[in-house]
Design a protein around this ligand. Structure first.
Ligand code: ZN
Length: 351
């Protein structure tokens, strides 16, 4: 059983949502053409685990705020391409828009403003609510001047900048996604107000994150990496580094693609192991936000988020998913996982 995180005397943790993130937007071949946030919210509603005072709707950030990280010419290209008005060969070559990883989507410019808005709101709301979960957020590969690895823009960067705006000057970014958090590390590489920590599968795209730098801790890990090995890295490296750095806030990218069963990646963490990791990290700072990041198996991703929300809000997880929840999980599909490869436990058990 998962024990509740203690929030005695503090306002309830918040969940950030937006209708645009509740249905898949990508073409059929794309790994992100799966349902994640929509069925997750349905499961929370079925459990009666999402009261109106625990939920906020994401507001977009304006263009001038986007320009605090992204270049104006790239934002222009993103908006023009989304409207179907761009030179396709040019935006592909110069901005990586219209590639197989980053297809041109009519919603991509709006989505970029919402993702940054969500992460910025999460940081601001964490000042009073202590913990805020934004499952749609976590586009950690986004670069200032181009799309990169399914990420059109970078939203964790805006969470960190929002903390700066509120006078905080020691932010720890902890990336548990199976891919290296290259965009966030690069954004703050010369800024000693930010410590970035990334644990990711070795030898995988984008191929960076092999070594530590002055403000970055990188732990590439092998295929098959398990909970106990993650706990050892936490005890030996991550927690001592956080104790030295004394962060005023944590930006955690929880990354469901590091779990067993992900169709793109080869790590073998469990949902309980990830929840335990986040519960271990939260006391290391007075406030934290948690962003969803990757996760290409809808069943493992959604069940993990459900267990995480239970832990954050101190709710007791029933021994088994109810028939309603099993029906929600059974309605999902994933082009990357053949129907006969869907583990029955993904529908009928939490583990
Ligand atoms: Zn990933």
């Amino acid at each position: 059983m998962i024990e509740a995180v203690d929030h005695q005397g503090l306002p309830a943790p918040l969940l950030l949502t937006h209708a645009l993130f509740q249905a898949p937007l990508h073409p059929d071949y794309h790994p992100l053409r799966i349902q994640r946030a929509g069925p997750f919210i349905k499961i929370l509603e079925s459990l009666d685990w999402l009261s109106p005072n625990e939920r906020r709707v994401i507001m977009p950030i304006p263009r001038e705020v986007q320009e605090r990280f992204h270049t104006p010419d790239y934002l222009d290209a993103l908006e023009l391409a989304a409207r179907g008005e761009a030179d396709l060969a040019l935006v592909k070559k110069r901005y990586q828009l219209g590639t197989r990883d980053n297809p041109i989507l009519p919603t991509m410019a709006e989505r970029a403003r919402l993702l940054a808005g969500g992460s910025s709101m999460a940081a601001e709301l964490s000042l009073t609510h202590r913990v805020v979960f934004s499952p749609a957020g976590g586009a950690h590969h986004g670069m200032p001047d181009r799309a990169n690895g399914f990420c059109y823009t970078n939203d964790p960067v805006f969470a960190i900048k929002t903390y700066f705006d509120h006078g905080l000057s020691r932010i720890a970014y902890i990336d548990l996604d199976a891919h290296h958090g290259d965009g966030v590390e690069a954004a703050f590489t010369d800024d000693d107000r930010v410590l970035t920590i990334s644990i990711h599968e070795r030898g995988r795209w984008p191929g960076t994150g092999e070594h530590d730098t002055a403000n970055a801790i990188n732990r590439p890990v092998p295929k098959g990496f398990k909970d106990e090995e993650l706990f050892r890295i936490l005890d030996d490296d991550v927690l001592p580094a956080l104790q030295r750095f004394k962060p005023e806030a944590l930006v955690i990218l929880s990354g469901a693609d590091a779990m067993a069963g992900d169709p793109l990646m080869g790590l073998s963490l469990s949902n309980r192991g990830l929840v335990r990791t986040i519960k271990t990290l939260l006391p290391m700072a007075p406030r934290a936000i948690i962003l969803g990041g990757g996760g290409y198996n809808p069943w493992t991703t959604i069940r993990y988020w459900t267990l995480l929300w239970a832990a954050l809000t101190g709710r007791e997880v029933p021994p088994l998913p109810s028939p309603d929840i099993t029906a929600i999980l059974a309605s999902l599909d994933c082009a990357r996982i053949r129907p006969d490869a869907v583990d029955p436990a993904w529908l009928t058990s939490w583990d």
